[in-house]
Design a binder for this molecule. Structure first.
Ligand code: NCD
Length: 298
């Protein structure tokens, strides 16, 4: 798949061939470092929601390839959005100056509005509860490196499956490899039906019963900022905790993934367990984003 000049808005755009191409390129960067291929190119990061990893990861990736970065991490309060400039016009304007735009926004359609105006590729760094495609790419890369394949694995997807954009993108990316999913969530926070329709899955509310089936244990926190109120989110906090007691029942060769931040669902008591990979994921994210930027910018 030729990504040159393409917007990357959703993990639904990915196919197996594209993901394998990204993995191979990311591995080359991991082994040999950046190659200066984006010298003279500029990336703008437009963030309208908090971020620690994703923005630093994109920016580090760009810098490691010899490119430059202009950044606004408080677009909501500190840009012409405060003067009612439209997303379309913002996309149009920023794209007159830079070669690629990376955007995070709490409202899913905002990204699409901005992309319509933009004359350069726009990459989704998280659009509300909908999609976080590059996180899914780095999750898939982490699994691929670990197992040497993705086909035929059983992936447990645990937590807030209703609002987690990471888990939505993750299932869309991994379904390209014939993965079987074990979905573990409270009834009220199940995976949206339109995603369920596309995957091979079983559902459970009993983590300790199904943990032993999983090759990959993929966990995300309750996305409390998406709930109507804090009290509403509170009901689900700490429902599914992957602690030492649970991990004692998991496969010896399983791996534990989390996009981070982690809160009570991944207590620090498991940090000595050889199966956790959440900090490795952060490192892998830079190589994957380097690969993606190279492909998008040609
Ligand atoms: C996630 C996000 O922002 O969706 N974080 C990330 O990008 N690594 C996950 C989360 O906030 O729970």
């Amino acid at each position: 798949m030729n990504l040159k000049g393409q917007h990357i808005l959703s993990a639904k755009q990915f196919d197996k061939e594209l993901l394998l191409e990204i993995f191979q390129q990311a591995k080359k960067f991991e082994e040999n470092g950046g190659d200066g291929c984006l010298k003279g190119k500029i990336m703008a990061t437009l963030f309208c929601e908090p971020s620690t990893r994703t923005r630093f990861s994109f920016e580090t990736a760009m810098l490691r390839l010899g490119g430059d970065v202009v950044s606004n991490f408080d677009m909501m309060n500190n840009s012409s959005f405060t003067k009612r400039e439209t997303l379309f016009d913002t996309g149009k304007v920023v794209s007159q100056m830079v070669d690629v735009i990376v955007m995070r926004h709490p409202v899913p359609v905002a990204l699409h509005e901005l992309a319509k105006g933009s004359e350069v590729p726009v990459i989704n760094a998280g659009n509300g509860p909908q999609d976080h495609p590059t996180q899914a790419m780095l999750d898939a890369y982490t699994i691929w490196k670990e197992f040497g394949k993705l086909d035929g694995l059983t992936v447990g997807v645990i937590g807030d499956l209703k609002y987690s954009r990471v888990l939505h993108s993750q299932v869309m990316a991994l379904k390209n490899f014939g993965v079987k999913f074990v979905l573990v969530s409270p009834k009220e926070l199940q995976l949206p039906v339109d995603l369920k329709e596309r995957i091979d899955f079983v559902e459970s509310e009993n983590l300790s019963e199904v943990i032993s089936e999983m090759d990959v244990i993929s966990v995300n926190r309750i996305q409390e900022e998406r709930f109507a109120s804090k009290e509403e989110a509170e009901k689900f906090r700490g429902k599914f905790v992957v602690n030492n007691q649970i991990l004692a029942r998991a496969k010896e060769k399983a791996i534990v993934l989390c996009p981070l931040p982690r809160v009570e669902e991944l207590p620090t008591e498991i940090d000595g367990d050889g199966r956790i990979r959440f900090f490795t994921q952060v490192k892998n994210g830079v190589f994957v984003r380097m690969a993606l930027l190279k492909m998008v910018l040609g």
